[in-house]
Design a protein. Structure first.
Length: 297
């Protein structure tokens, strides 16, 4: 009898430990999912209302736990389901475990919630009442749907395209970028744009892999890979209200790099604080490893 009781207690102990391990894994996955969602998805998806993208309630209803594989397939290669919304950019830079954790988080926070009325699509932009800088996703003309806007202050918003890993243009924060019918007006509002096909010579004819971004004191640092070269680009406000800085950290470069800064509009450009007189610059591997560009409009 005592032997059976010992076996029974051992089985109970093992079951309890396994239960704790399962709970710990679930908590970890949910924390990871929340962090990954806020960094990669939160700008476009609200809990109960459709905005740039569908609400989490809508996503949870259409992709329950039994359709996790379909959810993973969709975010890696999204199409266009809703004609009133911008097509979602492909999220190929996150692994399956991270995407599954995001899905788990969506299902968790949207549980027992109800969809609320839809907000107007592409309504005139009004800067939210929160501190700058602000990383935003909304309708952006003259660039890909995968572009991100960084409102540095009430004057400047920088648009960075994740598809080609490149700064596209700068426009006044609060400008009414509102659909295809306003393209001419939107074009006139742009304060600065880069005209060259690529910024770095090592990008030419080489596949670019965007690896996401992280916020450092609210400022985005974009990560991407070009062949064996790893690039980090952090964007923040410059020395005055009309300037912005791009700080680069680059590894894997073994040869001199041509830097092409052909641009529209009058502006002053400084490389590591020194004014440039030519839009084309050559940097050694040592120089390109860490440098900054400041553009003053």
């Amino acid at each position: 009898m005592s032997f059976l009781m010992m076996v029974s207690k051992s089985v109970c102990t093992i079951c309890f430990v396994l239960l704790l391990m399962t709970l710990s894994v679930d908590v970890y996955a949910n924390d990871m999912g929340e962090t990954a969602f806020k960094e990669n998805c939160g700008a476009c998806h609200n809990l109960k209302q459709n905005s740039t993208g569908p609400s989490l309630v809508y996503i949870g209803e259409h992709y329950p736990e039994t359709k996790r594989e379909a959810f993973l397939a969709w975010v890696k290669s999204p199409g266009k389901k809703n004609p009133d919304m911008i097509q979602m950019p492909a999220i190929t830079y996150l692994d399956n475990d991270t995407l599954a954790a995001i899905h788990l988080y969506i299902l968790d926070v949207s549980k027992d919630q109800k969809q609320e009325g839809e907000k107007p699509k592409f309504a005139p932009y009004k800067p939210p009442q929160r501190p700058y800088p602000q990383v935003l996703r909304h309708y952006l003309p003259f660039t890909s749907p995968a572009s991100i806007a960084i409102a540095l202050n009430s004057e400047l918003t920088v648009v960075w395209d994740t598809t080609i890993a490149k700064l596209r243009y700068v426009y006044p924060t609060g400008a009414n970028f509102d659909g295809e019918k306003r393209r001419e007006e939107n074009a006139k509002a742009i304060m600065y744009s880069e005209q060259s096909e690529v910024l770095f010579s090592f990008v030419k004819n080489t596949e670019i892999m965007f690896k996401g971004y992280q916020l450092i004191k609210g400022e985005p640092e974009f990560h991407y890979q070009v062949g064996n070269v790893e690039v980090k680009e952090r964007i923040h406000l410059g020395s005055n209200e009309k300037s912005f800085v791009r700080e680069f950290t680059i590894t894997g470069v073994k040869h001199d790099v041509a830097l092409t800064l052909d641009h529209s509009s009058l502006s002053s450009i400084r490389l590591n604080g020194k004014p440039l007189t030519d839009d084309n610059v050559h940097l050694s591997p040592e120089q390109v490893s860490s440098f900054s560009i400041e553009v003053e409009l």
